[in-house]
Structure formats: C-alpha cells, structure tokens
Design a protein around this ligand. Structure first.
Ligand code: HEM
Length: 457
C-alpha cells in the first residue's frame, strides 16, 4: 500500500477541563463539538451533573450495545432532539415510536434496501452528471462546493424517493434549512430542561417555522397526491401510499405522507451533502490521496445503467468515504433519555438519565484509534482489520440504525468517484474550515475551491 503524507484536519480545540454549567450551555448554543474535555476521549464513560440531572457520555462498547441494541425499549429520543427535529421532520420515521414506528420502518426499509440500489443508483448518476456539467461551466473561479453538494443531494433525494424535481423549490428549501440552523436548531437552557409537553418560547417560534416548512413539503407532493395510486409502486411515495397497518388496515393520510416526505428529504440530503463536502475538502488537502482516487476511477464505466455494479471496483473511494464519516460523522451525537433504570454493563443508569453516544468522540477516542486526528483511508482499505466494535457508528446501531445507510454509501461513493474523475480539486484559499454541530456536522463557512478539468478521466 502506498503511503501518503499525514494530514490532520483542524477541529475545535479540546478542553483540558470539565466545561461546567456555563461552558456546557455555551457549547450547546454554539458548537457541541467543543463541549467534551480531554478525558472524555479516553474514558469508558464521562459523567456530568447539571441542575440535578445526570448526563452520561458512553464510550464503552458493551454499554453502547446495551442502550442501542439489547434494551432500546428503555430509551427514547431526548426532549432537546425532539424539540429541534420535530419542526423539520414532523411525526415521520425519525421521531415516531412504538407501533407507528414499526409500520413506518417496515414500509420504508424495503424501498431503500439492497434490491433497490440499482434503481436508486440510476437517479444518483443522472443528478451527479448534471452537477458535474454545471460545475464545468464555473470551474475557473472559486466554486462553492458546499452549495453544490447540498443542491445535488437534495435533487437526488427528491427524485429517487418521491419522483419529484426539487430544483424549483430548492432555493426556498435550502434557505429555510439555513435559517433554522442559524437559530432555532440550537438548544437553550429551557430546551434542555423542560419536558416536551411544556413548550418553551423557542418552541412557539419553531411551530411557526414548522408550518412554513411543511407547506413547502406539501407543495412538493401535491401533484403526486392528486394522481390515483398506480397498480405497482414505482418509488418510496407509492410504497408509503400502499402501506396498510396490519391490525387496523389504515393507511397513511395526507399529513403523514407529508411528514414522511419531510423526514426522508431532510435526513436523506443534509447528511450525504456534508459527507461529500468533507470528503472533497479532505481530498483537496491530501493531493496524493486524490491522485489515488483519480487513478481508481479512470476508465471505469460510471454510466447510470451499470453504476451500482461498479461500486465493488471502488475500494479506495469507499475507504475515503468511510474515513470521512469517521472524522466528520454527520450525526455527531445520538441522545437518549432513560425511561426506567438500567444496568448497562456495570454502568448504573437511573431513570431520567440523559445518555449521549457521540460518534464525534468515539471516532476520535484514543483507546480505539491510532493517531485519531489523522486522515488515513488505509484504516478502511481492503484487508485492514475491521474497526473496533461499537467504536465506529456513523449510522448508529440496533433497530433505529439509519434506514438509508446503504443508499447514502452508494450515493457518496458514486458522487465522489464522478467528481474526482472530472476535476482536480484544490482550495482557493487556505483559511481553515472548522466543523460545527448544527443538526449535522457542518463547515463553519463555505470555502472556495478551484476545479481543473481532468483530461485523462
Ligand atoms: C452519510 C449519510 C447518513 C448518515 C451519517 C446518517 C446517520 C444516521 C444515524 C446515526 C441514524 C440513527 C440515529 C439514532 O439512532 O438516534 C440515522 C437514522 C435515520 N436516517 Fe440516516 N444517515 C445518513 C443518510 C440517510 C439517508 C440517505 C436517509 C434516507 C434516504 C436517511 C434516513 C434516516 C432515517 C429515516 C432515520 C431514522 C430511522 C429510525 O429511527 O428508524 N439517512 N441516520
């Protein structure tokens, strides 16, 4: 295996000591990624107690397995997650619980499963090709690849799952996501402390946002709702429309379909967009690695009809995607509130405890990874040992694991392959780009890139 120079991308500084209440609240409002002190990246469990409530950051593999896989029924999403996500996703799959969740999961999972990947990959390639063509026309000047990846991922999500073109609604939709991220997606003290049933002042503003956001979502699926359902489902929307509760026979109403659309479009595009952005950003800083990828994709057939079958021929590209997800996990933390007491493999969890399982910390934990800050796709190259158990969780684990993981990995690998094949990518300036936690792991600013068309692709 060729060795490349070591590159450790910049991150928010790690605190030396416990943040205390004030530091905790400041980090919750500004950037959670700077919250955890040095010892959190070494210990099995890092406990804090604020205003009478215990928060446990779990790093021990067995304890994580207990919470996510063996006893998930004892844990539900935390009040702050519900407050922040519900205006964007309504009562779709991400936030539903119990029987409603089971029906939704059973309906949605097959539409994103391995059998559907060839079909999904066709949509991916079509949109990626359009994006590459559009980027060729602006390649000379500094290019905003964050906006380009967000637009591309949004269009892929809309077309592949709902057969809708998002391009008309995209500017409004992106502006709203940005507006929400700049303010209401950040947790304040009352958001963290009050039960969801007691709305905070910010919840009232979030409700107003939700009304506007859901109106955009309704607009996206209005035409589809007006048409009679086809005999055979063509996409996720048709599958959702055809689904019936096995006990009651009830189907999803218009509002439930809208919430599901919002969930899948949001969960399905923000995450892959930032993954692609960070991968491109890492490759711009590591030209030798970029050259390896360009060599891998040279001459490969990435056309729509065969693209899904090409994935096994992209081991280095997939290793870069996996390493990007380690260094910049889009879902930086998974929060759960314990409904009842539990014993998570020697860690006693009183009822009401807030549990944090943070891929951001796990993926940089010194006991699990050598040189955790360094970008090193070799960790995921063919033949490398698998990552330590429950130390690599970009898609979570257990029954609530990401339903779109395979789709996301396909999209990221094909997107990256096509972009690196088309362009040599460098940064237009050297201002460091820092990750900041706003619903997903976002860059603190959209840096400019320079794209030089490759002639040997
Ligand atoms: C790189 C891209 C992605 C990452 C890193 C990611 C990460 C995650 C994680 C960590 C969870 C579990 C959250 C928890 O347990 O609290 C999750 C759940 C979920 N993801 Fe993804 N995701 C990605 C792409 C997608 C895509 C493409 C879709 C849709 C097509 C999607 C839809 C969902 C949904 C609906 C859930 C909730 C599942 C449930 O609760 O049953 N995600 N995702």
């Amino acid at each position: 295996m060729m060795t490349t120079p070591r590159y450790a991308p910049p991150t928010p500084p790690i605190r030396r000591t416990d943040p205390g209440l004030r530091g905790f609240l400041r980090a919750a409002r500004s950037n959670v990624l700077g919250l955890w002190p040095d010892q959190a990246y070494e210990q099995d469990v890092y406990a804090t107690r604020f205003l009478g409530r215990t928060t446990l950051l779990l790093n021990a593999p067995d304890a994580i397995r207990r919470v996510l896989v063996d006893n998930p029924g004892n844990y539900r999403r935390s009040p702050a997650s519900i407050r922040i996500l519900r205006p964007l996703t309504g009562d779709g799959l991400l936030l539903s619980e119990g029987a409603a969740w089971r029906l939704q999961r059973r309906t949605i999972a097959p539409a994103l499963g391995p059998r559907m990947l060839p079909l999904l990959a066709r949509h991916v390639v079509a949109v990626v090709d359009e994006t590459v063509a559009a980027l060729r026309s602006v390649a000379g000047g500094p290019v905003d690849l964050l906006a380009a990846m967000q637009g591309m991922a949004l269009e892929i999500a809309g077309r592949s799952m709902f057969s809708v073109e998002t391009s008309g609604a995209a500017p409004a939709l992106r502006a709203m996501v940005q507006e929400y991220g700049a303010d209401l997606a950040r947790a304040h003290l009352a958001d963290l402390l009050l039960p969801v049933a007691l709305p905070t002042f910010r919840d009232l503003r979030r409700r107003w946002f939700r009304r506007r956001w859901m109106a955009v979502m309704s607009g996206l699926i209005r035409d589809r709702l007006g048409q009679p359902p086809p005999a055979a489902p063509r996409d996720l929307f048709d599958l959702l429309r055809a689904a019936r509760d096995p006990e009651t026979g009830a189907g999803f109403g218009a509002q439930a379909l809208r919430d599901q659309t919002a969930t899948m479009i949001l969960a399905g595009h923000e995450t892959t967009a930032v993954t692609l952005f960070w991968a491109l950003s890492l490759l711009a800083a590591a030209p030798e690695e970029q050259a390896l990828l360009a060599a891998e994709v040279r001459g490969l057939d990435l056309t729509a009809a065969v693209a899904a079958g090409t994935i096994p021929e992209l081991p280095r590209t997939r290793a870069v995607v996996a390493e990007t997800l380690r260094l910049y996990p889009p879902a930086f933390t998974m929060a759960r509130a314990a409904i009842g007491p539990d014993d998570a493999c020697c860690i006693s969890i009183p009822s009401g405890t807030l549990i944090l399982i943070a891929p951001w910390v796990l993926h940089r934990h010194r006991r699990f990874w050598g040189e955790p800050a360094v970008f090193d796709p070799d960790r995921f190259a063919p033949g490398a040992p698998p990552p330590p158990r429950f130390a690599y969780l970009p898609f979570g684990a257990g029954p609530r694991m990401c339903v779109g993981a395979q789709f996301a990995l396909t999209e990221a690998a094909l997107g990256l392959a096509a972009l690196v094949r088309a362009f040599e990518i460098t940064r237009a300036d050297d201002r460091p780009v820092l990750p900041v936690a706003i619903v997903t792991t976002q860059p603190d600013h959209a840096p400019g890139f320079r794209l030089r068309a490759r002639t040997d692709g």
